[in-house]
Write a protein that binds this ligand. Sequence first.
Ligand code: NI
Length: 136
Amino acid sequence: MKVTVSRKAHFNAAHRLYRPDWSFEQNDAVFGKCNNPNFHGHNYDLTVSVTGEIDPETGYVVDVKILKDFIKSEIEDAFDHKNLNVDVPEFKNLNPTAENIVVVIYDKLKAVLDSHLVLEVTLYETPRNFVTYSGS
Ligand code: NI
């Protein structure tokens, strides 16, 4: 019997979308306002979903307190009120698009969660724009 347990989280962060190997004009054509050299911010919302068998002893798929603590230590502490391009090592050479951010979040959580749990992460960059990654 497999059940999915989800936890919502939130962080604020700034970013700039651009490629340093492209001209400003090329960056402007592809990334538009997101190429603003002075960066801009988003209120990112996150849904982390974990699927697995219910442990017959505890009745849990995952202890939500542990999941909450992992999200705080791995994601919120690392990203909240940061400039993703400048402050977060994973984006030193990786454009911090929503797509790339959700993959980085997935990888960081996957590394600390029990390996038999199936993980899916949805990242909202705006209430209407969101991306989902489940490791494939
Ligand atoms: Ni943006």
